[in-house]
Design a protein around this ligand. Sequence first.
Ligand SMILES: *Cc1c(COP(=O)(O)O)cnc(C)c1O
Length: 407
Amino acid sequence: MDAMDRDPSATPRALATEAVHAGREDLATLGVHAPPLDLSTTYPSYDARAEAARIDEFATTGARLDGPPVYARLDNPTVARFEEALARLEGTEAAVAFASGMAAFTAVLLARASQGLRHVVAVRPLYGCSDHLLEAGLLGTEVTWTDPAGIADAIRPDTGLVMVESPANPTLAEADIRALAHSCGSVPLLVDNTFATPVLQRPVEQGARIVLHSATKYLGGHGDVMGGIVACDEEFARTLRQVRFATGGVLHPLAGYLLLRGLSTLPVRVRAASNSAAELVRRLATDPRIARVHYPRIGGAMIAFEVYGDPHDVIAGVRLITPAVSLGSVDTLIQHPASISHRIVAEGDRRSAGVSDRLLRMSVGLEDVEDLWRDLTQALSAPPVAPPREAATASEGSGAVLRPVAR
Ligand SMILES: *Cc1c(COP(=O)(O)O)cnc(C)c1O
């Protein structure tokens, strides 16, 4: 692991360079080109006294152990490469990986709660399940929802975290992270950076202390690996490692391998998909079938738009674009947040957060932009698809809101 230690005197490298080299500095010394994939669940040692000392060390500090991990719930060398690389891309001291984005968020909440700080201040909209985890208080936390201007007033002595997504899922609403961090005072600000990725935005440079990613999305980038990661200072990382060890939400080494590989093309993928997204936004903005287009100032490959017609007809009408939840893959995905990604958020909360029933969210991939536009424009003109009667009643509740309206 020594070769992976950072050399503080080294010239800082550009993000595109870090994306293909961070976490891999020792490969030439090891005599390999691809990173080794270590699938061990346990690690042999003939010296139980030394192992006891290492376990004590981890239990008291949460620092990564020198040498092999003892047991795979404690650490894994392949996953550690991904952690090292993502920390470098986000510009943080450390990063700790988990089995999914939600496992990562859970660990953050448990880490703060274990320090007696059970109160969270959060700004809507958030990813549907993050909203649900806070709102339902499943982990014994309590949430105060506020807008950015209300953060300072919402903070209490037991507030352990302020949470925001920017650009937010699914409306792409942006927060002024610097101003927000200022309002937080000494309470750490967590920014979910899943949509922007470090290619477009590095929240710690603007004062955030904790950066969350659903690695399932852009970091993996191919729709075939689930993971989550928290980038933060080494002190908080130590608590997160202890929580991960005790609760078990570890990232599988194969997922770590795939995520590290995904990082190497992250800058190229995000920039190429963002160019196509910006072009689609230009076309949608003047399209008479579209009521409103949402696209963040920092750009990116996510777009959202509200249709005059029935959004379900658009979902049913795509042929090249895949109608599916999730995002950040090489192929383009579209989904209806009110039905899928934000279904778990109560209707009133969803609407007040700006998630209209006519909103569609699209994750633009790497296809040719003309092919994407051809598919999208035919789907927007698709004839209405009559849903089966019972299904419509069961899934829509107050179905009337989705009828097409006259322009
Ligand atoms: C998907 C997503 C999550 C949750 O991540 P999983 O990997 O699905 O657990 C959290 N935040 C945002 C913004 C997401 O899009």
